[in-house]
Design a protein around this ligand. Structure first.
Ligand code: ADP
Ligand code: MG
Length: 193
């Protein structure tokens, strides 16, 4: 029998090898399609304050999207400080700096109250149709997501939606999972709200 940890590791490897089949320009094109669907969600449209992420090269590309929406919404991005994920406000006027894991991070004010976030857009290595998420293995999002009261959308490419993400008790399910071809509304949302 495989432990949950081992299953997660195998799944991360599988997805990494699938990603190699796609060129960066194809993934960029697909990213636009995913985000075009995302921005039609009523929760996103009405949100004043959105928790987004500044993408790494192998994730759904969000750089242009962050810039675009920062004009009309408050956009918070993750920063890793003192070994944990915090949220700082993004401003097009302020330069991003290279943070932990070579991810660009904003230098704006810290989010003082996670309840102010109206909508969260979350990257993942894989998602399943119940909304469970596999991350990169550090659990940063696992410690932040329970503190949010807003709806959460996982975004990923089609090949990252899998039958079953092995979940531990700390893994918080998403309310939506959105890829190029799918817009999944998970049952958790209906059950819990
Ligand atoms: P990921 O979500 O990044 O794919 P995991 O869900 O396996 O990875 O979590 C990675 C590690 O993060 C876990 O092994 C666990 O030790 C730690 N972790 C996750 N959630 C919490 C939590 N709420 N409090 C403390 N540690 C946590
Ligand atoms: Mg997790």
């Amino acid at each position: 029998m495989c432990s949950i940890d081992e299953k997660k590791r195998v799944l991360r490897k599988n997805i990494a090898s699938k990603k190699k089949c796609f060129s960066p320009s194809i993934l960029e094109e697909r990213s636009e399609k995913i985000l075009q669907k995302m921005e039609l969600l009523p929760e996103f449209i009405h949100a004043k304050c959105v928790f987004l992420y500044y993408s790494m090269p192998d994730e759904v590309a969000t750089h242009a999207f962050v810039m675009k929406w920062a004009e009309t919404k408050e956009i918070y991005l993750p920063v890793i400080e003192e070994g944990e994920m915090k949220l700082r406000i993004y401003s097009p006027d302020n330069r991003l700096r290279i943070g932990a894991y070579n991810i660009l991070e904003p230098q704006g004010d810290l989010c003082s109250d996670f309840q102010l976030i109206d909508f969260a857009i979350v990257p993942g290595v894989a998602f399943d149709r119940l909304g469970f998420r596999l991350g990169r293995g550090k659990g940063y999002y696992d410690r932040v997501l329970p503190l949010l009261t807003c709806r959460k959308a996982g975004i990923c490419f089609d090949f990252q939606i899998v039958q079953n993400v092995p979940a531990d008790e700390w893994d918080v399910p998403m309310d939506y999972v959105i890829s190029e071809e799918e817009l999944i509304i998970t049952s958790h949302k209906a059950l819990s709200r």
